[in-house]
Design a protein around this ligand. Structure first.
Ligand SMILES: Cc1ncc(COP(=O)(O)O)c(C=O)c1O
Length: 430
């Protein structure tokens, strides 16, 4: 073991506070020693069930043996050449696999990067190169990353954008449809038209970028009618539709890409997180003629599509097939929704239980009033659950949503154990 001895969580937190910039947040004051599938053990030997999955990265669980083996084999062969210098087959094979999986009855191409934000940046570069237009329309509550362009696209100020502006221009936000909170599909589409009237003419807009299910924004699902309406607007004005699937992708919602469930296919999809089961790689998949708009040399990056990431992603695809994880996501989602609804029946603060596949959340409000989000209760429940051995994460513009991103590979017994801890924590904190 390197460095100073790992004494305990408190001692490590003290060192972290001294040495690490405070802008890097931390949901739990816990230092991890080992993870296997949906279980974690901290440096003090305490066991946790992981319902956070490293923020949607571990659909195949911690250290899945098939993925670990694939990465080890890749490491033994070669670990880096930079694809733009010397190419390697796993990159090409991964592109072939993902373009076959992506929705849309048209020719597609892919490229790989390292992070979700980088995938979004590249999707925008490609859309601008193809349309020769600058404008971008994103949505309220959307989250697209922490680089300056992706922060510009992100539709939530605190904590992400505070102090970091100015952000790139020609980025506008329309309303994300949220019938639960009084924003209808018609309202949302009308807000796009208002941008064309007030901010930028449609003929200068390159792309709409939207999450099929808002991740950081609160697990609100984009209604199919909204997507159909958005695509109609896009077609009318020559605008591209980008699906940001960094959080929804890689099987979380019961299909490999959540946009497979859309009534229309997006022109470009971004993917990252769970596509490689914990190894840093991201990708952009889209219409071949769109993807080929940038000239050679316009796209890439030193570590972009690293051999280790490609090997891990191909192993993830193998695990999905062997363990039938798409079907599992559906069944797991139903189990979670049923369990959470049973809890909600006894906890008035839970005002909504929702999900798409295994991307599931509950929303907590004061006095049963959806207009009074209860971020404080959410924080206390999550802390109590951690004390009882369950790792949870919040999300939502008001911090009052608890999201569940447990590995799809988790056994039912651990799902039920986690739900019981959540129920007990809610009861204890009411
Ligand atoms: C929808 C979406 N887009 C982009 C990102 C940014 O990904 P990364 O943190 O890998 O840069 C995230 C991360 O949470 C995300 O959920």
């Amino acid at each position: 073991m390197q460095g100073k001895p790992n004494s305990d969580n408190a001692a490590l937190m003290a060192r972290r506070t001294q040495a690490v910039a405070r802008g890097v947040g931390q949901a739990h004051a816990v230092f991890i020693a080992r993870g296997r599938n949906a279980e974690l053990w901290d440096v003090e030997g305490r066991r946790y069930i992981d319902f956070a999955g490293g923020i949607a990265v571990l659909n195949t669980g911690h250290s899945h043996p098939v993925i670990v083996e694939a990465v080890k084999a890749q490491l033994d062969a070669y670990s880096h050449t930079c694809f733009q210098v010397l190419a390697y087959e796993p990159y090409v094979e991964l592109a072939e696999r993902l373009i076959a999986l992506a929705p849309g009855n048209f020719a597609k191409k892919a490229l790989f990067l390292s992070t979700g934000a980088e995938a979004v940046e590249n999707a925008v570069k490609i859309a601008r190169a193809y349309t020769k237009r600058p404008g971008l329309i994103a949505f309220t509550g959307g989250y697209h990353g922490r680089t300056l362009l992706t922060l510009g696209l992100t539709g939530k100020v605190a904590p992400y954008k505070v102090g970091f502006g100015p952000f790139p221009g020609e980025v506008f936000h329309a309303q994300f449809p949220n019938p639960l909170h009084g924003v209808s599909v018609e309202d949302a589409l009308a807000s796009v038209e208002l941008i064309f009237k007030n901010d930028i003419e449609a003929e200068r807009v390159a792309a709409f970028i939207v999450e099929p299910v808002q991740g950081e924004g609160g697990f609100y699902i984009a209604p199919k009618a909204f997507i159909a309406g958005l695509k109609a607007l896009a077609d009318r004005h020559g605008i591209l539709l980008i699906a940001d699937e960094v959080q929804t992708g890689a099987g979380r919602t019961g299909t490999w890409f959540a946009s497979e469930q859309w009534p229309v296919a997006p022109d470009i999809i971004t993917t990252a997180k769970s596509m490689a089961g914990g190894f840093p790689i991201s990708g952009v998949v889209g219409r071949a003629e769109v993807m080929d708009a940038p000239a050679p040399g316009g796209l890439g990056g030193t570590y972009a599509g690293s051999p280790l990431g490609c090997a891990a992603a191909l192993a993830v695809l193998r695990v999905f097939e062997e363990e039938k994880l798409l079907a599992r996501a559906q069944v797991l989602g139903e189990r979670l929704i049923a369990g959470l609804k049973a809890i909600a029946a006894k906890v008035p603060a839970i005002q909504d239980v929702r999900g798409l596949g295994a991307m599931v959340a509950i929303e907590l409000c004061q006095g049963g009033d959806l207009n009074r989000p209860d971020a404080e209760l959410t924080r206390r429940v999550i802390a109590e659950a951690a004390r009882r051995g369950l790792i949870l994460l919040s999300c939502g513009s008001y911090g009052n949503v608890i999201r569940i991103l447990v590995p799809l590979t988790a056994p039912d017994a651990q799902i039920d154990e986690g739900l019981q801890i959540l129920a007990d924590s809610l009861q204890a904190m009411q």
